[in-house]
Design a binder for this molecule. Structure first.
Ligand code: NAD
Length: 252
C-alpha cells in the first residue's frame, strides 16, 4: 500500500458502471491556495481555526468569528478550482453514477462543474439568521459592516456546520445511503478526524465497497482502506479520471 498508481482492481471499478461515492476534505482545496485547518498555514491571526469554528466562539465574540469568515470568503472567492476539482467534475460528467460528498465549504467543487454535490458542512456562501433560522445565498465577499445582520435585526451567522454541531440530517442520511450503495469510495484530502463524515468510508467498507484513500500523509483511516494513493489531490485525481477512460481537462 502507498503507491501513486491506481491498481487493476481500482481501474476496473472506475471503468464499470457501479455507483461511486467520493468524499473530499480541505486537502483537495490546498492546491488552490486555501489552507487546511490542521496543516501549515492553518492559523488565522495566530489563532487555531478549530477554536473559532464553534458555536461557543460565535456566542462569546461574533465580531472575531465574522472577521475570520469574511477572510475565508475573500480567500475562497479569489481561489480557482485546481486539477483535482476539475478531474472530479470530469469523472461525474464522463462516467456518470458518481456522487460527491464534501466537507469543504468553499464552493470550488461546484465552480469546477460538479453537480451531484452533498455539502456535509454547509457553505461559506450561505448566511443564516440566528433568530429565524432562515438561510439565503450571498456571494458578495464584502459583508461590511461586520457582523452582518438580518432584516429582522438579529445577527446573521455563516451557513456552515461548526465543531460540536449536528450535520444537516437529510444530507447526512443521503450520504450514508450512498455509502451503503457504493461499489467504490474515494476519500481525498481529509484527515478523517472529523465525525460523522469520517464514519462514511468505514460504513461503506462494511457494506462491501472498495475504499481508496488519496492523501500525501497517513490518516486514522489509512489502515482500514483497500488502497492508499500517496500524493496530492491535484496529482492523483487526474490519474483517477484518466483510469476511468476520461481525457484530462485543463482547469477553468
Ligand atoms: P483537515 O484540515 O483536518 O485535513 C486536511 C487533510 O488533507 C490532511 O489529512 C492532509 O494530509 C491532507 N492534505 C493536505 N494537502 C493535500 C493535498 N494537496 N492533496 C490531498 N490531501 C492533502 O481537513 P478536513 O479533514 O476537511 O476537516 C476539517 C474541517 O475543516 C472540515 O469540517 C472542513 O469543513 C473544514 N475546512 C474546509 C476548508 C475548505 O472548504 N477549503 C478549509 C479548511 C477547513
Amino acid at each position: 500500500m502507498g503507491s501513486a498508481a491506481p491498481s487493476d482492481a481500482l481501474r476496473s471499478l472506475l471503468r464499470g458502471k457501479d455507483p461511486i461515492l467520493v468524499l473530499t476534505g480541505a486537502g483537495v482545496s490546498a492546491e488552490s491556495g486555501l489552507a487546511t485547518f490542521r496543516g501549515p498555514g492553518g492559523l488565522w491571526e495566530g489563532r487555531e481555526p478549530t477554536e473559532l469554528a464553534t458555536p461557543e466562539a460565535f456566542e462569546a465574540d461574533p465580531d472575531t468569528v465574522w472577521r475570520f469568515y469574511a477572510w475565508r470568503r475573500t480567500q475562497a472567492a479569489a481561489a480557482k478550482p485546481n486539477p483535482g476539482h476539475v478531474a472530479l467534475a470530469a469523472l461525474e460528467r464522463g462516467r456518470g453514477n458518481v456522487l460527491l460528498a464534501t466537507q469543504n465549504v468553499d464552493g470550488l467543487h461546484e465552480r469546477a462543474g460538479s453537480v451531484r454535490v452533498l455539502r456535509l458542512h454547509g457553505s461559506l456562501w450561505r448566511l443564516r439568521c440566528t433568530a429565524e433560522g432562515t438561510e439565503h445565498d450571498d456571494m458578495n465577499p464584502d459583508l461590511s459592516p461586520l457582523p452582518p445582520r438580518c432584516r429582522c435585526g438579529a445577527l446573521l451567522r455563516p451557513g456552515v456546520v461548526w465543531f460540536g454541531e449536528a450535520l444537516p440530517a437529510a444530507t447526512l442520511s443521503e450520504a450514508a445511503a450512498a455509502a451503503r450503495r457504493a461499489a467504490l469510495v474515494i476519500v481525498a484530502g481529509t484527515s478523517s478526524l472529523v465525525y460523522p463524515a469520517a464514519s462514511l468510508p468505514v460504513a461503506a467498507r462494511e457494506a462491501g465497497a472498495y475504499v481508496v484513500e488519496i492523501n500525501p500523509e497517513p490518516t486514522p483511516l489509512s489502515p482500514l482502506v483497500h488502497e492508499r494513493l500517496r500524493g496530492t489531490a491535484g496529482e492523483i485525481l487526474p490519474r483517477i479520471a484518466e483510469a476511468a477512460g476520461i481525457e484530462p481537462e485543463r482547469p477553468a
